[in-house]
Write a protein that binds this ligand. Sequence first.
Ligand code: OFO
Length: 170
Amino acid sequence: MISSKLSEQLNTQIGLEQYSSNLYLQMSAWCESEGLTGCAGFMRKHADEEMEHMQRLFQYVVDTGARANIGAIPAPRSDFKDIKDVFETTLAHEETITTAINSLVATAFEEKDFSTFHFLQWYVAEQHEEEGLFKNILDRIRIIGTDGTGLFMIDQEVGRLGQASPAEKA
Ligand code: OFO
């Protein structure tokens, strides 16, 4: 059993994960339209991962006997200046998700709901990994640059990351 405050916050997080999935799917469409097929594949795979994050939360809420509610999901941004803008937006978005997860963890702790606290640790670790991944990509963009051959190399490199296992991405 979870409190109504926590179930409400978990439901908000379900919406945020769904929004993340839509945002990355939309980014993949932008990448495709720019001919960046490596980045498009990476974003599409990441959209699938966010969907799994959403499902994991949904299942947890249902398992506690509370009702999972899917609220309105705002339309994601669809246009970007360049690939650097895409990944800067991604990192900023993940930072807001980390804040939301931290707030959930704080509520679970305050309420001494250690089952939910334990469940959320997976998300804490996931956010750490994702922020690291996107910072890493932005570093490569800064080092390699995005003019001509640089953009081609970035696309290949990001495409490779999209296929790698989490351990290989580190
Ligand atoms: Fe991008 O992370 Fe979900 O939680």
